[in-house]
Design a protein around this ligand. Structure first.
Ligand code: ADP
Length: 387
């Protein structure tokens, strides 16, 4: 058999002869097969045993074999990491399921929530398939455990998101309905019609902004391929973002200034970076009292990092709220956010834009003093200076 394989491999190598490296590799493999001697049966069995042992040891799935007296016959490192086995004792629910499988002979699946070993870490959600394994007269069960924590987290985030979106969209849609009703009833009163009409436009704009931002967020979260990155002057990004915020800042009586060195560059998607910086500026304007300045600047805090900062002297954010402001739909003051046309999505977008560029967004803030939001991005690699 081995000779046959060698001949076939050599033949294949000859047929493909001359196709550079691949053909040479095939020839070398064929020579190794030809040189291999046929092992004795006992030796073959022992080799297969070693191979299986290595496969089980290195498997990303947790594998445990239990016997009828509840002893752990075999377990791999993944099973210990997942908490299916601790030292030589199986997890209580794993053991109970294994005994049921031994009694009934039917495979079963059990979902476990394993508490973290380290304080502050998250639970691990493990899906464990338990199947009978009959070898000679002994009865064993085999358990395959997989870490489903990420799936469970994603599913719960998706459920929260759908609930939040439905709630958030219902509010402006409800307002639109009421305003249309009021408008119809006020048809003889031009002043009221104008007032309700303006409110209608505002609510429709809010709805439209929210939908645009939701689409932007879903694209940023992987529904579309990551953006094509180009090398850009940071100055251009800031200039464009400031330009977008100029009119709202003037309307709010907020002096908006910016400064950025001409030679500072980042690799990024221009539209996304402009949106992120514009969101920060818009917040700085919205959460500042009249006549307090908002400034935008850039820096290179270290050779690997480019920073874009937006600073205001506005209402500030408490430490507890700073932990939550990047969550979708979180607002410290819902009424104020509504009054400024906020959607509660602006900072979530900033966070995802920064993350998609391999960076992060940071906040420093003190209630009553003001806030500085910093987008940190990786500096582009310079010619002759690999990072
Ligand atoms: P919104 O559309 O409500 O502004 P964001 O996601 O942009 O939503 O911001 C979330 C919340 O964080 C805001 O509702 C506000 O409470 C707070 N916030 C954001 N930026 C600032 C800032 N510069 N100063 C004070 N509070 C801010």
């Amino acid at each position: 058999m081995i000779e046959l394989l060698a001949a076939a491999a050599a033949g294949a190598a000859a047929a493909a002869g001359g196709i550079g490296g691949a053909a040479a590799l095939r020839r070398r493999r064929a020579a190794r097969v030809a040189a291999a001697r046929v092992p004795e049966r006992a030796e073959r069995v022992s080799t297969i045993g070693q191979v299986l042992h290595l496969c089980v040891r290195g498997a990303p799935t947790g594998i445990v074999v239990l016997d009828i007296s509840e002893d752990v016959i075999l377990s791999n490192p993944a099973a210990h990491a997942l908490g299916l086995v601790h030292e030589r004792t199986p997890h209580r629910r794993v053991r109970d399921t294994a005994l049921r499988v031994l009694d009934t002979g039917e495979p079963q699946t059990v979902n476990l929530v394993i508490p973290p070993r380290r304080a502050g870490a998250a639970d691990t959600c493990v899906r464990c398939a338990v199947a009978p394994l009959t070898v000679a007269d002994d009865r064993f069960v085999v358990l395959y455990g997989t870490d489903e924590s990420e799936l469970v987290r994603m599913e719960s985030a998706r459920r929260d998101f759908v609930a939040n979106v439905s709630h958030e969209l219902k509010t402006p849609v409800g307002a639109l309905g009421l305003l249309v009703e009021a408008l119809v009833q006020a048809k003889g009163d031009p002043e009221a019609v104008a007032r309700f009409g303006a409110s209608l436009t505002r609510e429709a704009d809010r709805l439209s902004t929210m939908i645009t931002e939701l689409i932007a967020l879903s694209k940023l979260q992987g529904a579309e391929a990551p953006p094509d990155l180009e090398e850009l002057p940071v100055r251009r990004i800031i200039e464009e973002a400031v330009h977008r915020a100029r009119v709202p800042a003037e309307d709010a009586g907020i002096p908006l200034t910016w400064d950025c060195a001409a030679d500072l560059r980042v690799r990024g998607d221009r539209a996304l970076l402009v949106t992120a910086v514009a969101n920060l500026i818009s917040n700085a304007v919205n959460y500042s009292p009249e006549a307090t300045p908002v400034t935008v600047s850039c820096a290179r805090p270290d050779p690997e990092t480019v920073a874009i900062r937006v600073t205001d002297r506005g209402i500030g954010i408490s430490l507890a709220d700073q932990e939550r402001i990047f969550e979708r739909f979180f607002r410290v003051d819902k009424a104020r956010s509504r009054a400024t046309g906020g959607t509660g999505l602006g900072l979530a977008i900033v966070k995802h834009v920064a993350a998609n560029h391999g960076g992060a967004v940071k906040v420093w803030s003190r209630p009553g003093t003001g806030s500085t939001f910093t987008i940190e991005l990786p500096a582009p690699r310079e010619e002759g200076h690999p990072q």
